[in-house]
Ligand binder design. Structure first.
Ligand code: TRP
Length: 461
């Protein structure tokens, strides 16, 4: 693999290998937004917004994004870029330079493990998307009289009960991710992202146009945007905190690792804001692509697999050009999942490549083999191995719960404390420039993030 020498820079410590850098700020923005925009934006955000008070919930969510999402995003990108290393060494290096305990590096180590575990079950769900793309393309959902609610739920149940289908489509998805990550930062991820992200946005806009013209826009807009403050319960606020965290891909090493490849001249605060704005706009657009159709057909708006794999195929089975737009929808979902999974595989591959004598290809191969084993085991928890492995949960649910409820909140808290109390002022200025944002950033990582995460952890217990 040959990298353009002029675009390589030496990383801080002597003797360490040069880290490849992306061509421009735009590539970084697309890669980081690609990580952030995923299944969470499409199947979760629209629903939780509508369900928890529409516009009122959206205001709380925006507060969370501004109050701690963007600051944590800045922190992670900054930690990566300041060191140009894998997440473990990035935290390690910075704590050493600040004269602090080297144990801080485990914040990065746990983050790498988090991305690995998230990818193992994300692969399973992404495999479902790929399978549904296949079903729509081959016309499985296009004979209107056959497509009933029981047909679509049987189709989904059949998938979940078939180990071979789950393994085949999960493996195909993992293979696609592997091919891209293996080819490196510039030759693989940058090239792929430059194609995939524009494609994702174009398909999404076409779907929004189609949905607005064929569905009931006013009902969907009311569900999504009408501010109903009576629905804004304490639980709704917790959902907003959790979702802001999840949707920005925080505390999993992805943003630290991508930050290591960010060009030195790009402004981190501005870039972090752009990523959060794109992520939020895509989530709103996803709502406008889905709900007008779902409501036009009198179906209840719900969240998760039920919405995507049962309600939508039903709609696509009955609507004009449903086969084409259904295929476009599942293709979009596949791309969204792929750009996310790339960012989930990169932290462990970068770590292994830098810490061992393995080449990039070898490191990626070792990681993907381990991921394949774990994701296959997670897939089997829907059928052959449908048994509790931990605290009454199947392996799939345990991986989800462990990462979302424990590892990510604690990782976010550690990163905030690291930036708030461990790094020196000069280190922060090196990261962000002499920006007026440093003061509010400090307030956020010292007070707002810890408060919110402690509330979240207490509530989840
Ligand atoms: N942000 C992704 C989504 O909205 C999911 C996600 C959660 C994620 N945590 C992550 C992605 C960590 C990458 C890294 O679907």
């Amino acid at each position: 693999m040959s990298h353009d020498v002029s675009s390589r820079v030496m990383s801080g410590a002597e003797g360490s290998m040069a880290t490849p850098i992306w061509k421009g700020r735009l590539t970084f923005i697309m890669a980081a937004s690609g990580s952030a925009v995923g299944l969470g934006n499409i199947w979760k955000f629209p629903y939780v917004t509508g369900e928890n008070g529409g516009g009122a919930f959206f205001l709380v969510y925006l507060f969370c994004v501004v109050g701690f999402g963007i600051p944590l995003l800045m922190a992670e990108i900054g930690i990566g870029r300041a060191t140009r290393k894998n997440a473990l060494d990035a935290y390690g290096d910075l704590s050493q330079r600040a004269g602090r305990h080297s144990a801080w590096r485990w914040t990065g180590g746990v983050a790498i493990l988090t991305s690995f575990l998230v990818l193992s079950f994300y692969t399973v769900v992404a495999g479902w998307c790929l399978y549904y793309f296949w079903l729509t393309v081959t016309g499985e959902f296009s004979a209107a009289d056959r497509i009933t609610q029981s047909f679509t739920s049987q189709t989904f149940d059949h998938l979940l009960s078939a180990p071979t289908l789950l393994i085949i489509f999960g493996s195909l998805f993992l293979l696609a991710t592997y091919m891209i990550v293996r080819a490196g930062i510039q030759g693989g991820i940058e090239k792929a992202i430059n194609w995939l992200m524009p494609m994702l946005l174009v398909v999404l806009l076409i779907l929004v146009g189609y949905s607005i013209s064929h569905g009931s826009f006013s009902e969907a807009a009311k569900f999504l945007f009408f501010p109903d403050f009576s629905k804004l319960s304490l639980n709704a606020i917790l959902v907003a905190i959790g979702h802001a965290f999840f949707t920005l891909s925080l505390a999993s090493g992805s943003m630290v690792t991508y930050g290591a490849y960010m060009p030195s001249h790009a402004s981190i605060p501005k870039t972090a804001i752009m990523v959060a704005v794109i992520d939020t706009l895509v989530a709103l657009a996803a709502g406008l692509a889905i709900f007008p159709l779902v409501m036009e057909y009198g179906l209840a708006p719900n969240a998760g697999p039920g919405l995507i794999f049962m309600s939508l195929p039903l709609v696509f089975g009955h609507i004009p050009f449903g086969q084409i737009f259904g295929a476009a929808f599942f293709f979009m979902l596949f791309i969204a999942a792929l750009t996310t999974s790339i960012s989930l595989m990169e932290p462990s591959v970068a770590w292994l490549e830098q810490k061992s004598r393995l080449s990039r290809t070898q490191a990626a191969t070792v990681i993907v083999a381990l991921l394949w084993l774990l994701s296959t085991a997670a897939a089997l928890s829907f059928n052959l191995w449908n048994a509790p492995v931990f605290a009454d949960r199947t392996l799939f649910d345990a991986l989800d719960g462990l990462t979302a409820n424990i590892m990510m909140p604690l990782g976010g808290l550690a990163t905030a404390l690291f930036c708030g109390f461990c790094l020196k002022g000069t280190q922060l200025r090196d990261m962000f420039g002499d920006s007026p944002i440093i003061k509010p950033f400090r307030i956020s990582v010292r007070c707002i993030v810890p408060c919110f995460i402690v509330i979240m952890i207490i509530a989840s217990l």
